[in-house]
Design a protein around this ligand. Structure first.
Ligand SMILES: [Zn+2]
Length: 414
């Protein structure tokens, strides 16, 4: 059997089995009793509901991954990649357009086939647990907007990458790397102003006690930003969150309206202090730097494999092409990607501890702890995830660990 096919199949199987095992352990580790720490915010019913939610989401996740795996294997071994290639080539659109149509078709077909799952997730599961606020109209509009943005932003970038690898013999990977890096930086810069408002409304936080408290805090830690915004997260879900965008003087903090409704002012300042902690500890900058290096390595490896006949034979292709090569290389690269993403999660969890520490050192511990507890309750988070599941999937440490770390840290001034 073809060596590339073997590597990709082993990777797919390993990924599937590892995640299934993690799911299994995670369900096993759902604790009977409510952890003592949460007895002041959870009642018995809420805790039982949070466990049922974890179970239902896990089972649904397993179903989705079985479907995705079966879909890929069927399409692959039925010769689907070559079949589609023959059709699109038949239209004689030229190399770049053929590539755009080929990849675009695969992506759109994939999202159409995933549609029933995403409908079920939003309108059945999230609805059942009282989270869903999405109307069918919002759902449909989101899909269309996503597609439009994908074509508008992703299309030209993909065309550029295809052009570099088609037209340039040497160092195409360097050009592609440069293009993706510039593209990512531009997106980061324009996202708060031009992309996010396509999906949500952002209103500046009104003059209020809360705003006054936030300003007192940001002045004290010397944090200059463009503004604090309230995002209408309640348009889609009752779940709550806060995040940080932009850089330089362009920095913005967005609080979900659902977050503001469910938390005290002090908790909100603590959440904000945590977000500012990410900035002050340069987490955003570090992640961007790692991402850039990672992209470079990926394109360099891609350039080695793009002309490897065996990779195309593994997928029953009659002709090699840059666009098909991109897709196949993506699958070949999956093990590297998996290792990198686990490493990034480890790093991200460390960042969370650092941001918590920053928030409790520059503000107060108690409101940070209360905010974490209330957030867990409002989002029905799993309070007792299995360490192996956390290792593979969590970008944030389990909330109990975060609370312990906050309590353990000495109270000190920055
Ligand atoms: Zn964080």
């Amino acid at each position: 059997m073809n060596i590339f096919a073997v590597i990709i199949l082993v990777t797919l199987a390993a990924d599937f089995i590892l995640n299934l095992l993690a799911d299994y352990y995670n369900l096993q580790s759902l604790d009977e009793g409510l952890p003592e720490e949460f007895s002041d915010v959870y009642d018995e019913d809420t805790y039982v509901k949070s466990q049922a939610y974890t179970k239902e989401r896990t089972r649904f996740g397993i179903l989705v991954s079985i479907f995705n795996l079966a879909l890929l294997l069927t399409f692959w071994f039925a010769g689907g990649f070559n079949w589609l290639d023959e059709i699109v080539r038949g239209w004689e659109l030229g190399l770049i357009w053929t590539g755009l149509v080929y990849i675009g078709f695969l992506m759109i077909a994939k999202s159409i086939l995933s549609l029933p799952f995403s409908l079920y997730s939003t309108f059945i599961i999230e609805e059942k647990y009282g989270f869903n606020k999405t109307t069918p109209a919002t759902f449909a509009l989101d899909l269309l907007k996503g597609l439009g943005l994908g074509i508008l932003l992703g299309g030209p970038l993909l065309a550029g990458i295809l052009a570099f690898f088609t037209l340039i013999d040497q160092y195409a990977w360097l050009y592609a790397w440069g293009a993706v890096t510039v593209f990512t930086l531009i997106i980061q810069f324009i996202a708060p102003r031009w992309i996010m408002p396509v999906f949500n409304d952002f209103e500046p936080l009104e003059e209020s006690d809360l705003r006054q408290k936030i300003r007192t805090y940001t002045d004290r830690v010397n944090f200059v930003m463009e503004g604090i915004y309230v995002m209408d997260g309640s348009k889609r879900s009752s779940k709550s969150n806060a995040f940080f965008t932009g850089f330089g003087r362009n920095k913005r903090i967005a609080l979900y309206d659902t977050l503001i409704n469910n938390h005290s002012d002090d908790e909100l300042v603590a959440v904000l202090a945590h977000e500012i902690g990410h900035y002050k500890k340069k987490h955003i900058l570090k992640n961007m730097a790692i991402g850039i290096v990672q992209t470079g390595i990926m394109f360099l490896l891609l350039s080695f494999f793009l002309n490897t006949q065996g990779l195309y034979e593994a997928f029953y292709m009659e002709q090699a092409s840059v666009y098909a090569g991109l897709i196949f290389f993506g699958m070949l690269y999956a093990p590297v990607d998996m290792i990198i993403s686990i490493f990034m999660q480890v790093l991200s969890r460390r960042y969370e501890f650092e941001a918590d520490a920053f928030a409790s050192a520059t503000f107060h511990k108690e409101p940070m702890i209360d905010a974490l507890k209330n957030l867990s309750k409002d989002n029905l988070s799993n309070l007792t995830p299995h360490p192996f599941y956390v290792f593979l999937n969590y970008s944030h440490p389990p909330v109990l660990q975060r609370i312990k770390a906050i309590r353990a840290a000495g109270e000190r001034l920055p």
